[in-house]
Design a protein around this ligand. Structure first.
Ligand code: GBH
Length: 475
């Protein structure tokens, strides 16, 4: 539908960045190599042999092959993250910089630039040093802000001359949710901790941006911002309750972070959701938080319906709390909302993506004149891990997913006039899906972990290459 539509040919500006994304702990392996400290995920998954980050995709050793794949796929950018514990093994600002950790990322950046690929660095994609957890409870304490900003400083100093796209934090919402399920489980207070951690994470983000703007941007002239996750929430019917629940879901997942960063306020619904525990900032903090993102980084996967039913405070789980205790379903009039992914959730819903882009454009980026960068989008084909390599390569459901979502992105540009700055597929490689191990496969490349981590491109990788080449007007 894209390649046969002449109106979509060359519809993207040449500055548009097409690429793929990954994250350090999900791909690197070699968790004790070259002076790396332990991170919280080394600890969380330590007893899950074969389903943890010990070897992952071995990208710490095989990164040159990853660069080769990106080149093969026609990528103009590669979004990757930095392992904090490789750079500062103990995490804190007085800890010595581990030169071997710096060298790993520095070499990767040089190879990317050599291949004509722009690095896009995520400063924090969830793998902070265990030492900070042991010392003061990591993100439970405001003490982490200083250590976070100082970690970022090292990256700007050492890598900033060559990196023009910085993302401070990946998905604070999912990060707090995972924290509540893992290393913070025993001390998690579902009534107070979402707001408390949101505040700390926003300050880590805003103070990092402030540092970059004051000391590095004038000479390095990169862009810096945050990446938020949001799946679309569609009211199942016209009832006021279903509509309100959809809004509360968007507010709790995205607005909790996006409203402060882009609008300089918290969403109205937070008062009723959090009551006396609603987050607040001082005037000085607001001055740092408001306007602290130069683009809208969006990770998007799927869509659910909200019924309007609210789950009880007492019985709602921490995860349900994270979505405003709204009940979400995937079926309407006996019909599934979209094709099922690995964990049984149906979510291939291109129209939901389009509605979300319009919502973000209307509420945040349009009025501010900013661009949306899709920094993750992808689909875990159900049961793909049990297929032969040939079968996994022939990933028709993922190809359908990408074709549908990319078409909506192009139409959002062409028909809705939405400023889109880039699109990065999740993920370059089949990798470690956190607490879910290696079951879910999000990659556009197969990785045979039992066969020397051999990489084999899936067909979706070439579909993406071809549609973006067409939309960028190339041959
Ligand atoms: C992102 O999390 C993370 O940034 C990334 O590290 C992670 O690997 C990626 O997404 C994939 O999950 O078929 O119903 O299971 C976002 C949270 C939760 C979004 C699982 C995708 C899969 C839909 N992700 N969800 S389903």
């Amino acid at each position: 539908a894209i390649l046969s539509d002449p109106t979509l040919k060359a519809c993207l500006p040449s500055s548009f960045l097409y690429g793929a994304a990954s994250a350090s702990h999900q791909i690197e392996g070699c968790i004790d190599a070259d002076g790396k400290g332990r991170n919280v995920w080394d600890e969380i998954l330590k007893d899950k042999k074969g389903e943890n980050g010990e070897d992952a995709c071995n990208s710490y050793e095989m990164w040159r092959e990853d660069v080769g794949l990106l080149k093969e796929y026609g990528c103009g950018t590669y979004r990757f993250s930095i392992s904090w514990a490789r750079i500062r093994p103990q995490g804190d600002k007085t800890d010595k910089v581990n030169e071997k950790g710096i060298a790993y990322y520095s070499d990767l950046i040089d190879a990317l630039l050599e291949a004509g690929i722009q690095p896009c660095i995520t400063i924090f994609h969830w793998d902070h040093p265990q030492a900070l957890e042991d010392r003061y409870g990591s993100f439970s304490s405001p003490e982490i802000v200083d250590d976070f900003v100082n970690f970022a400083r090292v990256l700007f100093e050492r890598l900033g001359d060559r990196c023009k796209y910085w993302i401070t934090i990946n998905e604070p919402h999912i990060f707090t949710m995972l924290s509540s399920m893992t290393y913070m489980k025993d001390r998690w207070n579902k009534e107070t901790d979402y707001a408390k951690l949101a505040k700390t994470l926003l300050l880590c983000h805003a103070k990092t941006v402030d540092l970059y703007r004051r000391e590095f941007q004038p000479t390095q002239s990169g862009k810096i911002g945050i990446t938020l996750n949001c799946d679309w929430a569609e009211p199942i019917d016209d009832s006021p309750a279903a509509k309100e629940a959809a809004q509360v879901t968007l507010d709790l997942v995205m607005g909790l972070y996006a409203d402060p960063v882009y609008l300089g306020k918290f969403p109205d619904s937070l008062k009723s959701e959090f009551g006396e525990h609603a987050p607040s900032f001082t005037g000085e903090e607001w001055a740092l938080v408001k306007g602290s993102s130069e683009f809208f980084g969006l990770n998007h996967y799927g869509t659910s319906y909200t019924t309007g039913e609210r789950l009880d405070r007492a019985t709602a789980s921490p995860v349900e709390y994270a979505f405003g205790r709204t009940k979400r379903v995937y079926e309407k009039d006996g019909k599934l909302i979209g094709t099922k992914g690995e964990n049984g959730h149906p979510y291939d819903v291109p129209w939901g993506f389009r509605k979300l882009l319009r919502y973000i454009h209307a509420r945040y980026t349009g009025p501010l004149g900013l661009a949306i960068y899709v920094t993750e989008n992808g689909f875990p084909v159900e049961g793909e891990g049990k297929l032969s390599i040939d079968e996994a390569v022939n990933d028709t459901l993922r190809q359908t997913y990408y074709a549908g979502y990319v078409e909506q992105l192009l139409r959002a540009v062409k028909e809705d006039g939405i400023d889109m700055g880039g699109y990065m597929a999740w993920s370059l490689l089949d990798n470690l899906e956190w607490v879910f191990g290696y079951g879910p496969r999000f990659g556009i490349t197969v990785v045979e972990r039992d066969n020397g981590f051999k990489r084999t491109p899936k067909k979706s990788a070439y579909l993406l290459r071809d549609v973006f080449r067409y939309a960028l007007g190339g041959k």
